[in-house]
Design a protein around this ligand. Structure first.
Ligand SMILES: [Mg+2]
Length: 375
């Protein structure tokens, strides 16, 4: 089997209603996905997390290096791609490009062996995964606090047992919004907060202190990803556990986060950290420190199913008779591409999503829809 073609696409959809987080606003969705075709007709799909048009150029730039290679040799392919961009691609868009290709290669490997990617990664430890709802973004609504409460109650009614909300406006408003949402959903539902690195060290500590008695499961990206020492100090002082990793790359980057004891939850994005191949290596590193892995998951159903397979294979640490749930991030903001690019329905039942039992990633891409919305 040989790789004969690698085709990146940029997909785009305008949003009906724009929303924003602590850094900028979203008015449309743009996602880079990649199709890899092998000479025996098998097709693999992958996705990149990052600025889609730029990543597409990166995929076009690096793809010639692996045309003709056997997709079963995924480690070798990964290494060849990485060595070609090593001098200027140890973080950022080139790694998103490699990640997308790597995910597609794993999809082909699974289809070739007629096994789910989770099985090829070493097997599935579980039959179901607990999704947490990502939502509760900001808007310019005059009734933002009430809107957030209503949205959160909607997720509870949908069956979610865990919800993540945005913070990062300012400490006072965040405190008011988070406490209101906690009051609205009660203490039986888990609540996480995500600042997308909007805070200084002092501000983050202040907010953590003010929220420490209302059971926040984690405080995500309180600080800028460059400030490893601040993360380390913050984690030592914050009663709320710390999560980060969506802006980190490769095992070398995550080693720094782990060695400096920066985090309680490690959140690599499979579609930018270096793909499934590198995410598995990063997980080995985190297991040496007992840090839990809950990947950052964004974008389309392709990225979602890559995460489902990966999370299925996450070793339960610590082991015990009744395992705690493994989590998957399930973005609930408006994104037609997420639901429509795959024909599969992402079914949540009783607050859980079943793991994949189909070959490869387990997805069926709707190429008619893809051709309609590609740029
Ligand atoms: Mg985040």
């Amino acid at each position: 089997m040989k790789i004969s073609e690698i085709i990146p696409y940029v997909l785009t959809e305008e949003l009906e209603k724009e929303f924003y987080f602590s850094q900028w606003e979203y008015s449309n969705r743009k996602i880079c996905i990649v199709k890899i075709i092998s000479d025996n007709g098998l097709i693999g799909w992958g996705e990149a997390y990052g600025p889609a048009p730029v990543v597409k150029e990166c995929i076009d730039y690096i793809k010639q290096n692996i045309i003709g290679m056997n997709p079963l040799e995924s480690d070798v392919i990964w290494s060849i791609l990485f060595r070609r961009v090593h001098d200027y691609g140890r973080s950022g868009v080139f790694l998103s490009a490699i990640s997308a290709i790597d995910v597609a290669i794993w999809d082909i490997k699974g289809k070739y062996h007629k096994l789910p990617v989770a099985s090829l990664l070493g097997g599935s430890y579980r039959e179901k995964i607990r999704p947490y709802a990502t939502g509760l973004y900001f808007s310019d609504s005059k009734t933002l606090t009430q809107d957030l409460c209503d949205e959160a109650i909607g997720y509870v009614n949908d069956g979610f047992k865990s919800i993540k909300m945005k913070v990062g406006l300012n400490v006072d408003d965040d405190e008011k919004n988070v406490k209101a949402v906690r009051d609205a959903i009660g203490f039986d539902i888990e609540l996480m907060i995500d600042a997308n690195h909007a805070y200084s060290y002092d501000e983050a500590l202040k907010l953590s202190k003010r929220l420490e008695n209302i059971e926040i499961k984690w405080f995500e990206e309180p600080l800028s990803p460059e400030f490893y020492d601040q993360y380390s100090d913050f984690k030592a002082k914050s009663q709320i556990p710390v999560a980060a990793g969506e802006c980190e790359y490769l095992r070398y980057g995550f080693q720094k986060l782990l060695d400096k004891n920066c985090i309680d939850f490690l959140q690599m994005d499979i579609c930018s950290c270096g793909g499934l191949t590198e995410a598995k290596r990063i997980t080995s590193l985190s297991s040496t420190k007992g840090v839990k892995v809950i990947p950052h998951t964004w974008g389309s159903g392709i990225a979602f199913f890559a995460a489902i397979n990966f999370i299925s294979n996450l070793e339960p640490i610590p082991g015990r008779l009744y395992q705690e749930d493994a989590y998957i991030e399930y973005d609930r903001t408006e994104n037609k591409i997420r639901e429509n690019v795959i024909k599969n329905n992402i079914l949540m039942k009783d607050g859980y999503i079943k793991t994949n039992t189909l070959p490869g990633l387990g997805i069926d891409v709707d190429e008619n829809y893809l051709n309609e919305i590609k740029i």
